[in-house]
Design a binder for this molecule. Structure first.
Ligand code: GTR
Length: 336
């Protein structure tokens, strides 16, 4: 009898231990987050900037042990970049990755970092952004109810057209080219001789297909990812602008977080930016190959011809960087 009691006792102890273990496992798998934030991204789910966003979200969740969850919404589900920025200023959207062309519409001082033919190479741009200038511009957003977290890579932009190839500057005359919803980009295209039409990113494919515009301009990965090569097969490598991109958080969201959490978020954003930069370089090559294999024609222009493009836009510096010409000089000297 005594033995049976001991056995029953042991079984009960084991059973309750199993319940505790099961409860713990189950419970820890379902940590209820303290914060659930949304993150706007206008590129496809497999695009480098989106992958950077997912990585950021994973890192934050890991480092906060599930207390902070960030839901990345790709493919412009939360609207065009212009509207996303407005919503962030009111705290309607928490995080986003946006092009500086769009951000400069809100913060004109940013234009200086996206001027046409400003950087000589990707390395040159990264030397500027990784240094004191880049840090200064990340904090510039604070007075616009936004907090800059990190810089993302978006390569270099070139023109692409449907019917007529661009082989020299004169070819742009009379063409109608889609640009971002950005005054600077529109002016650049007009100065180069074409008519600029500002259209949201998600509408570019149909605008090219329906012949509303003769061409557009972007980097190889966007050209390939959005399948623009199917409706605009001539890609002219004029490399007119390197437009960096920024990962941001709404100041309203930021102010809800403790200093410790803010630090984690900054660190994870920077780590995700380095990751994005690594996969960007690879994707740039792949995108070019995919587009060409599917019928795109790459048109290379001579240095001499490129110089004509460069000269044509010089007047824009006075207008957009009038008060910061010293900074332009500083950037130009920041050669790696
Ligand atoms: C891409 C950028 C997008 C968007 C797009 C455009 O390079 O990543 O965020 O700005 O260009 O041309 O609208």
């Amino acid at each position: 009898m005594k033995n049976i009691k001991i056995q029953i006792g042991a079984v009960l102890v084991l059973a309750s231990a199993a319940v505790v273990i099961f409860w713990n496992i189950h419970h820890s798998a379902e940590v209820v987050p303290e914060y659930v934030f949304i993150y706007a991204e206008n590129q496809a789910a497999d695009y480098p900037t989106t992958l950077g966003g997912y990585y950021f979200s994973e890192l934050v969740e890991e480092r906060t042990k599930g207390r902070i969850r960030i839901l990345v919404q790709p493919e412009a589900e939360l609207g065009p970049e212009k509207d996303v920025l407005k919503q962030m200023q009111y705290g309607g959207i928490d995080f986003a990755r946006v092009s500086l062309s769009q951000l400069s519409e809100l913060i004109p001082e940013m234009n200086v970092l996206q001027m046409p033919y400003l950087y000589e190479s990707s390395k040159h741009m990264w030397k500027v952004l990784d240094g004191e200038i880049g840090d200064r511009f990340l904090t510039m957003t604070d007075s616009y109810d936004l907090v800059g977290l990190s810089w993302y890579d978006a390569g270099v932009r070139s023109f692409y057209t449907s019917e007529k190839k661009i082989t020299c500057l004169e070819d742009l005359k009379g063409m109608c080219i889609r640009v971002q919803e950005s005054e600077l980009m529109a002016e650049m295209v007009e100065i180069l001789g074409a008519t600029a039409v500002q259209i949201a990113y998600s509408e570019v494919y149909s605008s090219l297909q329906q012949g509303l515009v003769d061409g557009a301009e972007n980097n190889w990965p966007s050209y390939e990812s959005m399948q623009h090569y199917k409706v605009a097969k001539y890609f002219t490598v004029d490399e007119h602008a390197r437009v960096p991109e920024m990962q941001l958080v709404s100041l309203h969201t930021w102010n809800r977080l403790s200093e410790g959490d803010q630090k984690i978020i900054r660190e994870c954003a920077r780590a995700s930016a380095l990751y994005e930069r690594r996969i960007w370089a690879q994707r740039e090559k792949e995108a070019r190959n995919i587009a060409i294999q599917n019928g795109a024609e790459e048109i290379l222009i001579t240095e001499e011809e490129k110089e004509k493009f460069r000269e044509a836009v010089q007047g824009m510096y006075e207008k957009y960087c009038g008060d910061s010409m010293d900074l332009v000089e500083e950037i130009k000297k920041c050669i790696p």
